[in-house]
Design a protein around this ligand. Structure first.
Ligand code: PRX
Length: 647
């Protein structure tokens, strides 16, 4: 096995990049030839960013699981597809070869069919990080059902909203899950959610922690019982459903600047080709290497770089159930040493949380198998970059700083490991086929900001990051509401996809993402909408109004600072703050709990009633002497009070 489209030199990168923008269709047509199609595509691309409508590889039909499983089960059946490491270092790890994984996916595809699942159905998956999660996801893809994986940290209410939005008819879950020293009662959370979800007819429950759970007759069934039924009925092989290139593959919900999360929809063919292409090129994967992405499959990083990218390349992917700091902060280094990991792809927040423990736990392990390190999810600060380089990569592993989003499906701007130059804290160059452009607030192109123009700026420039041409895994729609997709991404600037990120570009052409320019926070690499958190806080009976802003946080990157107007006397601030935490945990999930809650008598508002977040942000950041013009406020005095009581 080799990857003929793997770029091997800087010169080749420049040449391929040029070809990809001069003739994108020819470029992607050639790449698409390396996949297994049932019917070959007839037309490579049809698009406009106005509606928006983007169609890649039309006329083509395929099933992504034949590309991720069958073709490797035929040519390299005994190669490990997945290696699973438990939360508990004492529990034995599991290895599934391509042949075994295909078998298990077939088995579970039968289970889904036996439980009434059909092509096009939406299936919600709320599971711990065990191999059965991967199996469930791939089984959905095999039968053409659209998976909607919900991260195990979301609350019952969040799950219910997502299930109802997509009208899921089946839920796949587990009794519970392990995370560090905690047990998460997943099935109980699902039971709470399902009170509000009339569309769900079947719940398939895997045994993991074996905590007592309620099993409702006619609705709930055990995973293991269902597998047994399939086993007794003979050969489990399931013909992979023939999917059109543009049929939806999955929905993944993500936060935006408005209250309700959006269901980002990705398509079968474009998503497959792009995640494969970027996996092979960014990480410079070589056959036989072991790729360890530390994300949870509940996020896009897990979808694209634990499952679809690596598996479509016939790679070996390591999935880890636990957290970096349990039983101690050497867990990642244990795993790297134990399995001889070659590629480690993680998040700046994880790196920062491990930096504080010093190097003793690292020095106990042999990390010499590592070849490539990767970072994703938020801007990586230079200190974390250098620590990662020096202590983990020992100065000899390239670090890829990969910028992308749930909506982009795969990595958009990143150096290619060891091939194109790296620069600390810079995502650097666009991938072939990606045409980033920087614009000002009015949408004017900033000279030197357009990668496709092949002209470098004379000095570092700054603007809002947009993409001006489709790539195969671009978001197709927001589930059930195409207009929302248009207004969120394609209406801010004419004919451009707007990322929501601010960005710099230096005179060498390196892009450096500076963070969100909208009301979206990035907490520990997770996207959290301020409006969503405010809505949750406002549901607490005593709360009149609230405003959320982000502030720099040493480990999380951004912390959540809440300003809350409470109704009447607050007997015990601590207790009320805890109540508010509970409310947010119930409505969204523990990941959205504010780090700081300041009770205020009023919020700084303009005369027209708009909250001036700029001021609140400055105060939260501790920049209280630099608030700018506050004369337009309805009541400037409130600023003094807020400043004085700052936490
Ligand atoms: O602000 C950018 C930041 O994460 C956002 C996307 O979040 P999400 O859809 O949850 O996907 C995260 C994993 C792909 C972006 O808009 N972001 C992601 N990667 C980077 C980054 N910011 C800077 N540098 C990165 N490498």
């Amino acid at each position: 096995m080799s990857y003929p489209y793997q770029i091997k030199s800087l010169e080749q990168y420049h040449q391929v990049y040029r070809e990809s923008i001069e003739n994108p269709e020819a470029f992607w047509t050639t790449i698409a030839e390396h996949f297994r199609w049932k019917q070959n595509p007839e037309r490579t691309l049809q698009w406009n960013f106005k509606d928006p409508e983007v169609k890649w590889f039309e006329g083509g039909t395929l099933n992504i699981t034949e590309n991720c499983l069958d073709r490797w089960a035929e040519t390299q059946p005994h190669t490990a597809a997945l290696i699973w490491e438990s939360n508990d270092p004492e529990e034995h790890h599991r290895i599934l070869s391509y042949k075994e994984l295909l078998f298990k996916v077939n088995q579970f595809s039968n289970v889904l069919k036996n439980n009434g699942a059909k092509k096009g159905d939406r299936i919600c998956i709320y599971m711990p990080m065990v191999p059965e999660l991967a199996i469930a996801v791939l089984a959905c893809a095999r039968i053409g059902a659209i998976h909607s994986v919900v991260f195990g940290g979301f609350s019952a209410q969040s799950i219910a909203d997502r299930i109802n939005d997509a009208q899921c008819n089946i839920v796949i879950t587990a009794d519970g899950g392990y995370r560090g020293n905690k047990e998460i009662p997943l099935k109980n959370v699902i039971d709470d959610a399902l009170v509000q979800c009339p569309s769900v007819q079947r719940v398939i429950v895997l045994t993991r922690t074996r905590i007592p759970v309620s099993m409702i007759k006619g609705r709930d069934t055990w995973w293991e019982d269902e597998i047994r039924k399939v086993e007794t009925s003979g050969n489990p092989f399931v013909q992979a459903e023939e999917m059109k290139a543009e049929d939806p593959l999955f929905i993944l919900y993500t936060s935006g600047s408005t209250g309700k999360p959006k269901g980002v929809v990705h398509s079968c063919a474009g998503y497959m080709i792009y995640t494969n292409y970027t996996f092979v090129n960014v990480f410079q994967y070589q056959p036989g290497e072991l790729h360890f992405c530390t994300a949870d499959i509940g996020w896009i990083t897990g979808h694209s770089y634990i499952l679809y990218g690596p598996l479509s390349a016939g790679a070996t992917s390591l999935m880890f159930e636990g957290i970096p700091t349990w039983p101690d902060a050497g867990r990642f280094w244990d795993i790297v040493d134990k399995f001889k990991v070659n590629i480690l792809y993680t998040a700046p927040t994880a790196i920062r949380s491990l930096m504080v423990f010093g190097t003793e736990l690292i020095d106990r392990h042999d990390l010499s198998s590592l070849k490539v390190l990767g970072s994703v999810g938020e801007p990586i600060n230079e200190e974390a970059w250098h620590w990662f380089d020096q202590h983990i990569g020992k100065g000899r592993c390239p670090i890829v700083d990969t910028w992308w989003q749930t909506e982009t499906g795969g990595i958009m701007i990143s150096n290619l490991a060891g091939i194109t130059p790296q620069k600390p804290a810079h995502a650097t160059y666009p991938l072939p086929g990606v045409q980033p452009i920087l614009v000002d607030e009015q949408g004017n192109k900033i000279p030197g900001g357009d990668a496709s123009a092949l002209v470098l700026p004379s000095e570092t420039i700054s603007g809002n990051l947009c993409i001006q041409f489709p790539w195969p895994s671009i978001i197709r729609t927001t589930y059930g509401d195409h207009e929302r997709c248009r207004t969120t991404y394609f209406s801010t600037y004419d004919h451009l996809y707007f990322t929501g990120d601010g960005c710099l570009r230096d005179a060498e052409g390196n892009y450096r993402i500076t963070g969100r320019v909208d009301d979206v926070l990035n907490v520990s690499g997770h996207r959290i909408g301020t409006a969503e958190v405010e809505n949750a806080i406002n549901m607490h009976t005593g709360v009149v109004e609230s405003a959320i802003v982000g502030y720099p946080h040493d480990i999380k990157g951004q912390g959540i600072y809440a300003y809350v107007i409470f109704n009447g006397h607050i007997p015990d601030k601590n207790l009320v703050a805890q109540d508010i935490h509970q409310t947010v945990s119930r409505i969204i999930g523990a990941i959205a709990k504010p780090d700081k809650i300041q009770f205020v008598s009023a919020l700084p508002k303009t005369r027209s009633g708009k909250i001036m977040r700029r001021i609140l942000r400055k105060i939260a950041e501790g920049d209280v002497d630099n608030l700018g013009d506050i004369s337009t406020l309805f009541d400037p005095a409130v600023v003094e009070e807020i400043k004085m009581n700052r936490l």
